[in-house]
Write a protein that binds this ligand. Structure first.
Ligand SMILES: [Zn+2]
Ligand SMILES: [Zn+2]
Length: 600
């Protein structure tokens, strides 16, 4: 697939450029500079396309062997040399037929293929020094403007993204307007590698994957603590907001999916199970929506019963291709923190207002900064304009009621209703799409025939609001692991405190402290191994245990412990009672930071 940035190479001359942003322009120019260096160093290479992408650029080349890290160094050095020459980027327009002959003579078959697919008399080329590319532009004035860049990696990529086409060699790079920006980005890359949840998941014993079930995590005891704490958090919050929790079957007769439309539209993503004796086909549910309507529809509902808020920790399966599976981010089995709210049209606004409040509360607990996008009616839609007006106005009003700024995604709604998509920004400034709040005016209500008896005695269709806030527990835990770099707040931490007797002599006091912590409901470990104290302290730090309690003679005499919070160089000696009180307060408030023993 050609994405919109790649279109830069495909657009026609004479078209007005859309307002060029400085960064994409710089990055796209850097891609040209790289292609120039590559063709100088490897004259046999054919050039394909090279767009700007988020945080950088790439260029694809036809070359029999992959680029090596040494190649990238040579290419980067070549780029710096060409940048020093300060070659101007010169635009020229050329008749399409002439351009085809031009690139044929230069032996560039990909450019010829692109040109043949363009239906226009004239195209534009950009030239810097001896390098010429078919390109819409715009570009920076000259190669001298390209100063802060780095080549990052190379990989195989199919021409135009199709497996039927030849495999090309792609080089990725990044470019920035200032040295600080480049340094910051490279630091972020390094930091992201260290924080990779797949790596930390192994090191901290949170979860693992096995080939016997690709894309389905085996939760280890440590990771299961995270799941349980998040569930506890979610349940307490939803209970207080009038939700009722339900649980619906995972294995469901295909008749349901025919009714809901998934069988026709989503079959390729569903796991099918043939039940031989009964000769029936069942599917593992890919989502919880249609089943929740069975719970709703089990009795006649009156307008006075609404809203009904059903939450479900729904375990779903989707048949993702094994090549696309990525840690906990892209899985085949996941558990959604799902909910379906059945309400009257006049209740949509207040329900959305409550949901946005809930979103802010939940993300705030983790220090994740949300941003909002409101997607409105697409050209092809179900339902009446009046229904859409009411729903969209409700969403706008709910945003205003929460004092939220948001982007408008005009026409980006689902065909059955408008929605709000919510991204969060983590500590590294990375964006993750998490929550979605979808207003369903017609699809589920119509297809699954949901009803309520309105005040006029007539049956009406309720509006269904679909929403998930964590998204899935798997993905959310991946994001939290990277966000906190594995050093979870105490309320989430798999092990909250480790007790280290300085030597065998104080093992008994250590056991007593450990027992007190456990009795107080703290997830505590006793490390009384026959290892040097320094080694055991380092181990506790490596495992990112929030609190390390060292106990020796003085501590045993005074019923204290030497408390060291994770990431701190200093310890504070505290009475065990005081430590427990402080810890209970910290955990109870779900503090994002460690608070005990900081001042002492
Ligand atoms: Zn270009
Ligand atoms: Zn749903």
């Amino acid at each position: 697939m050609i994405n919109s940035e790649e279109d830069r190479h495909l657009k026609l001359a004479g078209e007005a450029d859309c307002a060029p942003e400085p960064l994409p322009t710089l990055r796209h120019s850097t891609a040209h500079l790289m292609a120039q260096a590559v063709t100088q160093i490897f004259p046999e290479v054919k050039v394909a396309i090279g767009p700007a992408i988020e945080d950088g650029f790439y260029y694809d080349f036809a070359k029999p062997a992959p680029f090596t890290p040494e190649d990238l160094e040579r290419i980067e050095a070549g780029m710096r040399e060409l940048a020093k020459q300060d070659l101007a980027f010169v635009r020229e327009e050329m008749a399409r037929d002439k351009a085809i002959r031009f690139f044929e003579e230069r032996g560039e078959p990909f450019k010829v293929e692109i040109l043949r697919s363009i239906d226009a008399p004239t195209v534009s080329l950009y030239r810097q020094g001896d390098f010429v590319d078919l390109c819409r532009g715009p570009h920076v004035a000259s190669t001298g403007a390209i100063r802060f860049f780095k080549l990052l990696s190379s990989s195989g990529a199919y021409w135009r993204g199709s497996e039927k086409n030849p495999m090309l060699q792609r080089i990725y790079g990044t470019a920035w307007l200032t040295k600080e920006d480049l340094d910051k980005y490279l630091w972020r890359l390094e930091e992201a590698k260290k924080r990779d949840h797949r790596k930390l998941g192994r090191e901290l014993d949170l979860f693992e994957f096995h080939d016997i079930s690709p894309g389905a995590p085996f939760w280890l005891p440590g990771g299961m603590v995270l799941v349980r704490e998040l569930e506890k958090y979610a349940r307490a919050s939803l209970d207080a907001r009038g939700y009722q929790e339900i649980s619906t079957p995972m294995l469901v007769n295909k008749k349901l999916w025919e009714k809901s439309g998934h069988w026709q539209l989503y079959q390729a993503n569903m796991f099918k199970v043939e039940v031989e004796v009964e000769e029936e086909t069942f599917c593992l549910k890919p989502m919880n929506c249609p089943e929740s309507t069975y719970v709703y529809g089990r009795t006649v509902r009156s307008y006075r019963d609404l809203p009904i808020r059903y939450s479900e920790m729904g375990r779903c399966h989707r048949n993702e291709r094994s090549g696309t599976l990525t840690g906990l981010i892209r899985v085949r089995q996941f558990t959604q923190d799902d909910a379906h709210i059945y309400c009257r049209p006049d209740q949509v606004q207040s329900e959305i207002t409550d949901l946005l409040d809930l979103v802010r509360e939940w993300y705030g607990t983790f220090g994740l900064r949300p941003s909002y996008r409101l997607a409105t009616r697409p050209p092809d839609k179900l339902g009446t304009d009046q229904q859409w007006d009411q729903a969209e106005d409700g969403l706008h009003e709910a945003m205003r009621a929460n004092n939220l700024t948001y982007d408008l995604d005009k026409g980006g709604g689902a065909f059955y209703g408008p929605k709000i998509d919510i991204d969060v920004e983590d500590t590294l400034g990375r964006q993750w799409q998490l929550a979605t709040i979808q207003v369903d005016l017609t699809m589920l209500p119509e297809r699954m025939q949901c009803e309520y008896i309105d005040s006029d005695g007539q049956p009406k269709r309720p509006v269904v609001i679909h929403r998930a806030i964590f998204g899935s527990y798997e993905r959310f835990i991946a994001i939290l692991t990277e966000h906190f770099a594995g050093a979870f707040p105490t309320w989430l931490a798999p092990v909250q405190a480790r007790v280290l007797p300085v030597s065998e002599k104080f093992a008994e006091y250590g056991r007593a402290v450990h027992a007190r912590l456990r009795a107080a409901g703290i997830r505590a470990h006793l490390d009384d191994r026959n290892e040097k104290l320094g080694y055991r302290i380092r181990e506790a730090q490596v495992h990112k245990v929030p609190y390390t309690l060292v106990v020796g003679e003085r501590e045993a005499q005074h019923e204290t412990a030497s408390v060291r919070p994770h990431g701190s160089e200093k310890s504070a000696v505290l009475p065990v009672t005081e430590f427990l009180e402080g810890l209970a307060a910290e955990i109870g408030s779900r503090s994002a930071t460690l608070t005990v023993g900081r001042s002492g």
